[in-house]
Write a protein that binds this ligand. Sequence first.
Ligand SMILES: [Zn+2]
Length: 300
Amino acid sequence: MVARTVSAVTEELPARRLLLVHAHPDDEVIGTGATMAHYVSAGAHVTLVTCTLGEEGEIHVPELAALGAAHADQLGGYRLVEWERACAALGVTDHRMLGGVGRYRDSGMMGLPTNEHPRAFWGADLDEAAAHLVEIIREIRPQVMITYDENGFYGHPDHIQAHRVAMRAAELAGDDGPEKIYWTAMPLSVLQDGMEAFRESDSNPFAEVEKVEDLPFGTPDDEIAARVDGTDHYAKKTAAMRAHATQIPDNSWLYGIAGDFGGEFMGVEYYTLAKGSRGPGSGPFGWESDLFSGLDVAPR
Ligand SMILES: [Zn+2]
């Protein structure tokens, strides 16, 4: 076994280092924005790696509709700027595009011809894509990595691919890889509460759903490993969402949640643990409140 060598770079970085691997600009905010802001403010180094520019996304700003793939095809460059502004709102300074800006293209929804684009992330060579991430892992040496589950949380091809690339990179990095890997998750109890809270609302995101089991995501509470309380940073998360104006319309139910329930739904984020051992936690299921829980690394 080769001894771990601490590079000059990691010696200058904070002791706690968190890496997040996401598919498109805006994914970082919706699922993990409060977590990122929380760890930045707690003095950890937070690295965001996003795999595509989101060229195939919908455009919710009418004046910008012609930026889309079928017209000017400049949505990706525009979203790069939205992403940078969102990171600034969250306090994240280390944000990178996998393989460099524009290396991989948004594949669009499953089964569409855009899946076949020569640069589509869905068709990327797994080891080549993972090698870009291994380079970052070796540079930063994160103890904790966050990505999606095998289904990419809800089935989008780029999310599934981000999961595969992140897991493969962690494996290829060997001893340099993260000690703990978390996947984003939504506890069924939280979805249940959300459905009940929205039942009377005009902008009910669950209007078409009869029961939580019908949603494409949702994890039994006893399978959740960590609950990160970022409610103190919920204003930053909201500001970061606003930065992604092409993707999240002004009248989105997400802002409704923010207005009606404050930090409770927006500021608290949940994870399952895919690698490593769970540290001390609390509550009926022993949920950790800190992703670095159980690791031998000082907060600062
Ligand atoms: Zn996405």
